[in-house]
Design a protein around this ligand. Structure first.
Ligand SMILES: [Zn+2]
Length: 296
């Protein structure tokens, strides 16, 4: 069943876990992720990032994600990730997506506020929720590089001003997390997360969740993160796994690769569900929905 991402994030925050967020880039990724969430009774977020899957039109991809989410036995949110323009967000909402992210993190603060506010106005009028980014998560899942000089940490002094003026439903923050692989020792600033979580009830989101030691995730959740994005750490191993599966057969039938792909993404998603403590939490969301008025 489809749920707004903001509803899943709020439920996770109040129950002390975080929502696993993986990309639904194709059928294998989408099906594998949903099978994992159903098997572990976990809520799930499926993202679509136009920059990562630049060769696939969102008009093909988003209906696939929505249809899979609708049929899922657990709550699944479908989000347009890193929307870069009003037009891109509007197209996704028109396709039926009720959770969008507008990423104005490369803009000056005032411009990020102004553009995010416009997106929020549009999305809320059409009953969709909005995540924005304050500070800038560096690195790139597309280029696989961490050498991004534009990444900088979220300034906690700006958080309430940003949320108050934009009306966003959740906030991606930067605290040492990066997209793509980390170069060198990651420096994750959990004190900064806790400081921001203490001043707002708006759920906080971590992008660039791959590449950290498993033991750190409970602390990330405890500090106040309610939603963690994973892609690079999963995707990087897909090819070697498929190579191993086909072994010496240089001409494996393609449908066998697809089947292995589904199995691979299911296993990887099961792992990240375990890291975030969301197994067995699917029913929390429905209970919460029954107790509250319709949510934006
Ligand atoms: Zn991201």
């Amino acid at each position: 069943m489809i749920h707004k991402l903001s509803a899943l994030q709020r439920s996770a925050r109040s129950h002390g876990h975080a929502i696993p967020h993986v990309l639904g880039g194709n059928l294998e990724m989408t099906l594998g992720a949903i099978r994992a969430a159903e098997a572990l009774d976990s809520p799930l977020a499926l993202g679509w990032a136009p920059e990562v899957f630049a060769g696939i039109p969102m008009e093909f991809a988003l209906p696939l994600l929505l249809s899979a989410a609708e049929r899922a036995a657990v709550p699944v949110a479908v989000q347009l990730e890193h929307g870069k323009s009003y037009e891109q967000v509007a197209r996704a909402v028109k396709l039926g997506v009720d959770s969008v992210m507008f990423d104005g993190s490369d803009l000056p603060f005032e411009e990020n506020v102004a553009k995010t506010r416009e997106i929020v106005k549009l999305a809320h009028a059409l009953d969709a929720c909005v995540e924005a980014e304050l500070g800038s998560v560096g690195g790139s899942a597309v280029r696989g590089s961490t050498a991004d000089p534009t990444g900088y940490e979220t300034d906690p002094e700006l958080v309430l001003d940003f949320i108050g003026r934009t009306g966003v439903d959740s906030l991606a923050i930067s605290f040492g997390n990066v997209h793509g692989p980390y170069s060198g020792e990651p420096r994750i600033d959990l004190e900064l997360v806790a400081r921001i979580a203490a001043i707002t009830e708006v759920p906080l989101v971590m992008h660039g969740g791959s590449g950290l030691p498993d033991a750190i995730y409970p602390a990330i959740v405890a500090a106040g993160i309610s939603n963690v994005h994973f892609y690079s750490g999963i995707a990087r191993h897909a090819w070697e796994e498929l190579e191993q599966k086909v072994g010496d057969d240089r001409y494996p039938p393609y449908h066998e690769l697809v089947a292995h792909g589904v199995e691979f993404f299911e296993r990887k998603t099961r792992h990240v569900i375990g890291l975030l403590g969301s197994a067995g939490r699917a029913a929390d969301v429905s209970r919460r929905r029954a107790q509250h008025a319709p949510e934006v």
